[in-house]
Ligand binder design. Structure first.
Ligand code: ADP
Ligand code: MG
Length: 503
């Protein structure tokens, strides 16, 4: 008796016989039980009973006779297929001619077996059950992938939108101050305040949307390709039809990349599933990695349907798909992932012959190389600026502006946070502090820092109507005052002056 594979022995299955002879059904049941199949069995012999059994017994497989009085196996197959398109269905008949068998397979049966030479029965049942499992697993992985691709494109959209919005709103944050400065008309001042407030709120919204999108991404890590390939292989296992060979080649087991593991895995899965879907009648899927061009080259290649020029031209267009239930997002998101790693993706394909995707990625950064690097030609050269302001929007705006000038700002929203940031950062070259900060004021912050050894310059942004009281600040501390509303150019000048003076 053919032994059953692990899958059919471990789980309990429900087997439905469509069979008019109780003796024949019993015989088949004995054969399956002898082979070690753990299952519940039920026999029906007419249409109403079959429909009831499909709904309530919910079989994992149907074994059907071909001819019964008043009912036929073909009718049974039709009913089963409309009820559950993927439910395994095997004809078991005493009289099956080759022509009938071929017709049965064409109608959608999974297999056919002769009743009295049914030594093949257990292995046929086992195979059908395993294939159905694999199919269900593939559908599950695809549904999951489709869901994450939708989320991914949504995140992409949100990131683009909030980035643009932030840029568009930038003038609304600065211009109202300038307008108010240039006029004494109180009504104009009031309007400027309204515009500035709206701009500030919009900016805050864009900012929090952006940080949400960014926060959903995990940082880069060292990814060993051996681990990655192993994981992808495991995930694909359920989706690989028997007539499809998976070939994995890793030139060097120590090969690694700097990337987000989950994203890179998703990228390889997207490409592999496309490849599998392009090989409906079998073939070879190749996953390979090797060092190339001072970086790493990953290959996902198939011997499937291939693509024509028109398809290749649109491959990376969002929502472009040639599949009835495709998302057209797999390749878009894969490309984004690869490009975010500083890599690129190339494709070569020929209709009827297969497709080859190559991912070129930079080598992982040696730890020594992380330091240094070419600094851009800007005013600053990485000088540390401790930036303290109460308003989060203004703080990040100032931080961005200073960073764009080549400085390294450390941001804090109040006096206590500023002391903490200062200690963590291991110092600062300049302190820029808004006089309106809370917990303790700018004067206490500066005097505390001086007591702890700070001797560098300070810039205080003050409200002209409530000037900064410097009584507590040590007289030796180089101090500049800038009036609110703050003019960016004056801030940059003040920072440059402060740094020049402290050299
Ligand atoms: P989807 O798989 O949802 O259609 P993708 O962005 O993953 O979306 O792929 C877009 C289209 O590119 C597919 O519909 C298919 O036409 C084509 N394609 C992608 N990979 C392959 C491949 N390996 N072989 C043939 N065609 C492919
Ligand atoms: Mg796809």
């Amino acid at each position: 008796m053919a032994p059953l594979r692990a899958i059919s022995r471990d789980a309990r299955f429900r087997v439905l016989f469509v069979e008019d002879s109780p003796e024949d059904a019993e015989l088949l049941q004995m054969q399956l039980e002898d082979a070690g199949l753990a299952a519940d069995f039920l026999r029906v012999d007419g249409e109403p009973a079959l429909r009831r059994a499909l709904a309530t017994f919910r079989p994992d497989i149907v074994l059907s006779d071909l001819a019964m009085p008043g009912f036929s196996g073909h009718d049974a197959l039709r009913i089963v297929r409309t009820h559950a398109p993927h439910l395994p269905f095997i004809f078991v008949s005493g009289t099956i001619g080759e022509d009938v068998a071929v017709a049965a397979l064409q109608e959608g049966a999974n297999d056919y077996i002769l009743k009295h030479s049914s030594a093949r029965l257990p292995s046929a049942v086992d195979r059908a059950l395993r294939e159905a499992r694999a199919e269900a697993e593939r559908e599950r992985v695809e549904a999951e992938l489709m869901r994450s691709q939708r989320l991914e494109s949504l995140a992409l959209l949100a990131a683009g939108l909030s980035h643009d919005l932030r840029n568009i709103l930038q003038p609304l944050l600065i211009v109202p101050d300038l307008i108010a400065q240039r006029s004494d008309d109180p009504r104009l001042h009031q309007l400027a305040t309204v515009v500035a407030e709206c701009g500030r709120r919009g900016h805050e919204m864009a900012e929090s949307m952006l940080s949400f999108v960014r926060g959903s991404r995990r940082a880069s890590e060292r990814v060993r390709l051996a681990d990655l390939f192993h994981a992808v292989q495991l995930l694909l296992k359920g989706s690989l039809p028997a007539d499809l060979a998976l070939e994995v080649r890793l030139a060097d087991p120590a090969l690694a990349l700097d990337a987000n593991y989950t994203e890179l895995q998703q990228c390889l899965l997207n490409l592999s599933l496309n490849a599998i879907q392009a090989m409906p009648s079998g073939g070879r899927l190749e996953l390979a990695a090797e060092e190339a061009d001072g970086g790493v080259r990953l290959v996902v290649a198939d011997t499937g349907n291939g693509m024509d020029e028109a398809t290749i031209a649109q491959l990376f267009t969002p929502f472009f798909t040639t599949k009835a239930s495709g998302t057209g997002l797999g390749l878009v998101s894969s490309k984004r992932i690869i490009e975010s790693l500083g890599g690129r993706i190339t494709v070569a394909s020929r209709a009827g012959q297969g497709t080859r995707f190559e991912l070129w990625l930079p080598a992982p950064v040696e730890v020594e190389e992380l330091e240094g690097g070419e600094a851009p030609a800007t005013a600053g050269h990485g000088e540390r600026i401790l930036l303290v302001a109460r308003d989060g929007t203004r703080l990040s705006l100032l931080g961005n502006a200073l960073a764009s000038q080549g400085y390294r700002p450390d941001l804090a929203v109040d006096g206590a946070a500023a002391l903490r940031r200062w200690a963590e950062a291991g110092g600062a070259d300049v302190v820029v502090v808004d006089s309106g900060i809370t917990l303790f004021g700018a004067d206490v912050l500066l005097s505390t820092m001086c007591e702890s050894g700070y001797t560098g310059p300070a810039i205080v942004i003050e409200d002209p109507e409530a000037p900064f009281d410097d009584a507590r600040v040590p007289p030796g501390l180089p101090l500049q005052r800038l009036p609110r509303p703050l003019d960016m150019r004056r801030l940059f000048e003040a920072v440059a002056t402060a740094l020049a003076g402290s050299d």
